[in-house]
Write a protein that binds this ligand. Sequence first.
Ligand code: NZQ
Ligand code: ZN
Length: 387
Amino acid sequence: MLNFIYHVPTKIYFGKGQIKSLGAELEKHAKKALIVTGQGSVKKHGIFDDVVKEFSAAGVPFAELTGVKPNPRLKSVYNGIDICKKEKADFILAVGGGSVIDTAKAIAAGVKYKGDVWDFFTKDIVCEDALPLGTVLTLAATGSEMDTYAVITNEQSQRKLAFGSKAVRPVFSILDPEYTYTVTKYNTAAGIADIMTHIFEEYFSEPYSAAVPDRMSEALLKVCVHYGPVACENPRDYEARANILWTSSLALNDMLDAGKRGDWASHAIEHELSAIYDISHGVGLAIIVPNWMRFVLNNDTARKLADYGKNVWNIDGKNEMEIANKAIDKTISFFKSLGLPSRLKEIDIGNEHFKKMAESAIECQGEVGSFKSLSASDIVEIFKMSL
Ligand code: NZQ
Ligand code: ZN
């Protein structure tokens, strides 16, 4: 295993009714807060009312930023920074999915920074300080509730980029599985594809001797395989929602790549798709990931893909190559069974921007991926395989 420091200070309140802990957390962290929400789901389904009750009980006033879109835009971040400054908010509460949380993180960073917050995404500048933030999570997918990343789209430049900083890791997150009952089947399925891909990105990487994170990864993938279909078919199944929700946090909270390198090529490729076509991140991943698997499969990588086949899908075969190929087929059919598309054409994406997206994906480092390093022409090939 590689060396690592593990320090994840986000306090998790998990389970039914945990919103009751919000008031005490607000008393600790906030004199005045900014609440960030999306396009209405949390208001429609009563989650916002629960939050407001806690604010009233704690006597903490708040301002609001509403209307954050999926694939959240830089414009919302600028608005949020202005509101925070004007209202003198010293704490941010994100109530929603990854898009709302990522917007809250970028606002938290931007308020404390003299320059343009977009610098953190585009320049070699590390965010050292941010307002504290908490989350009330309503969709199991990104892991943003416990991680250090924010992903924001700059509509003008059509770039969707991430930045990471310990300063924006939430101080607490409230995870009530019942708050995810109203997530549509499509968004639930997309979330499961995202969770599984976070695990893949960490699992399909060196060193192979990092058995602790790899065996944990296989266990969490099995949870997704078992409970994913249940959550899609029975949205109010508490155990299915609970298991998927906790897996979303564990999949991206520094645990599964502790001692490993991580690959992250599929994410770099998908972010280009959602930057240009505004598709759901998890939907893009469900299409790209199996084709990435097929593209990187060779005599060196077959062993790891075969481990995945054997330990997650119980697949047998004559040799590692055969098991690996069957595991990829199984991944495709699993995503399809959740109702997700498996081809770009199904979501009206053609080959018109393949070259531009591939070049953009490798712009920062000249290549992406560690399991197999990918050039721009490799990425174009993966896009073609995904058509
Ligand atoms: O806007 P509202 O009305 O809230 O509706 C949302 C949105 O339409 C809806 N929704 C959320 N909770 C709901 C609900 N509908 C009914 N009931 C509820 N309880 O779901 C839709 C999608 O929401 P969104 O927040 O966009 O989804 P997700 O959590 O998948 O976040 C996706 C974004 O996160 C980024 C993605 O690229 C994408 O921009 N990611 C962030 C990461 C991170 N910060 O670490 C890592 C990921 O790999 C990913 O890149
Ligand atoms: Zn993701």
